[in-house]
Design a binder for this molecule. Structure first.
Ligand code: GDP
Ligand code: MG
Length: 441
């Protein structure tokens, strides 16, 4: 039986690579999905080319059909690109840690300042929010409101104290933070609706004045195709270390994430998902990948197919158990260890129709018993393992002593082994495993 199973499985194991036709067909769909997700065209092109390259080198999966396999490669690649170098905030060795926010007007910087402050405060930091956006009439007031909601202090120019220069405000805020024992400073800056040189210069001047530990580029997920040029402009004008994607609660499919990541190579660190301060989380590449691909059902299907396949693999291994012929205690131990690596025995055999008998048998083996059983078998000589019939009297005592169990336990194991062997021989006599390839239908 085991031979039969093995041959069935090796025939399934079709050799070779994915065909170009399969790859091209699926990549056309992927291309459309990415464009619909608002990934910038040049990024789509490079990305798809990259995926094709990888798919060409990929061996034909035994678990998935070619289209599914290409989608899986795309999904994996997306997760990797989006998640590569995911990292936490870098805190300065000498506080305060300075975090500067940059981005277009309306991107969500001021809201993010409040979210970050709240999040940092929950981790026992004492952040200070700095109003370095003196462009918009209500900007300072808006920051004061979110600071209050977040329960943190704000540093802003007092009306009439002569400080109207955002660079100066930012500079002074660091000293202020040091004096007031704030360990983190979050600097909110001004943005414009479009990229303009004056705004960029101001941001760069603030950066030079405070040497931030982190410059975070805040970008609205709804920006779509414009993400590339915006990110590029901020990269050139100010430079940044990480990206925060906002407004992910909207219906944007999030192509901006891929575009920005692809163009700048900077990690996406946080995701903003609403107007409230708690609508904020670390960025999850896998969620974003499936959002961009928008192939939830297909991805679920692929996952299931892969899982079913893994289960069949497990069953195939278990199938070895049923050969019976030449089955020794060494095999018994090896199979047990293999089965254990696959997960609880009961689940494993539960997946195989018609394996009820076997399952009952193995059900008697508690997972915790496995260690004891392994110890007993390991205390046996090779000869004893090959031919357990010779395990009598003094041998039993020696084995029991060697493995720290009672003679009765050694007896039980040997008896159980013989039972298993008998049963396997019975099954090997042509019963087959119904529902399995090559088994009884
Ligand atoms: P700034 O100009 O970059 O400082 O952007 P703001 O923080 O003022 O945000 C602009 C608008 O977007 C405000 O109305 C915010 O309430 C809203 N906003 C910010 N982040 C999010 C978000 O993640 N989701 C939603 N739905 N709205 C947001
Ligand atoms: Mg603002």
């Amino acid at each position: 039986l085991s031979d039969r199973l093995t041959s069935v499985f090796s025939s399934l194991r079709s050799k070779g690579r994915l065909s170009d036709a399969d790859i091209d067909a699926t990549c056309r769909e992927i291309r459309i999905a990415l464009l619909e997700a608002d990934v910038a065209l040049p990024v789509v092109k490079t990305f798809v080319a990259q995926v094709k390259e990888r798919a060409r080198g990929a061996e034909v999966s035994q678990a998935l059909n070619p289209a599914q396999q290409v989608v899986k490669i795309v999904n994996d690649e997306l997760i990797e690109i989006l998640g590569g170098e995911t990292r936490r905030l870098r805190y300065a060795k000498n506080p305060p840690t300075v975090i500067m926010l940059a981005g277009l007007q309306g991107a969500g910087k001021t809201t993010l300042a409040g979210k970050l402050a709240r999040w940092l405060r929950e981790q026992n930091h004492v952040p200070l929010l700095v109003a370095a956006d003196l462009q918009r009439p209500n900007a300072v007031q808006q920051l004061a409101v979110v600071a209050e909601r977040a329960g943190v202090a704000v540093y802003a120019p007092e009306p009439g104290n002569g400080v109207g220069d955002p660079v100066e405000v930012a500079r002074r805020s660091i000293d202020h933070a040091r004096r007031q024992q704030h360990d983190i400073v979050v600097i909110d800056t001004a943005g414009r609706l479009g990229i303009d040189q004056e705004m960029m210069k101001q941001a760069a001047d603030i950066r030079d004045a405070v040497s931030p530990d982190e410059v975070l580029f805040v970008v609205d997920a709804m920006i779509g195709q414009d993400a590339v040029s915006t990110a590029q402009a901020f990269m050139d004008g100010v430079g940044f270390d990480g990206v925060v994607l906002t407004k992910l609660d909207g219906d944007a499919r999030g192509g901006a994430a891929l575009s920005v990541r692809h163009v700048t190579g900077k990690p996406i660190m946080f995701a903003s998902t609403g107007e409230k301060l708690e609508d904020f989380d670390a960025f999850h590449p896998d969620r974003m990948a499936s959002r961009i691909l928008d192939m939830g059902d297909i991805l679920t299907l692929i996952e299931q197919a892969q899982k079913t396949f893994d289960e069949q693999e497990a069953a195939r291994m278990a199938g070895k158990l049923t050969s019976g012929e030449g089955f020794t205690l060494d095999d018994f131990l090896e199979q047990m260890m293999m089965v254990r690596r696959m997960g609880p025995i009961k689940n494993l055999l539960g997946m195989m129709p018609g394996m009820g008998q076997m399952r009952d048998q193995l059900n008697q083996v508690d997972e915790r018993d496995l260690d004891r059983i392994a110890a007993i078998i390991r205390s046996m000589t090779p000869g004893e393992r090959q031919d357990p019939k010779i395990i009598k009297g003094s041998r039993r005592e020696r084995i029991a002593k060697g493995s720290g169990v009672t003679v009765t336990e050694v007896n039980n194991l040997v008896v159980r082994f013989f039972e298993a062997q008998k049963m396997m021989k019975r099954m090997a006599g042509g019963l087959g495993i119904p529902g399995m390839p090559g088994g009884r239908k």
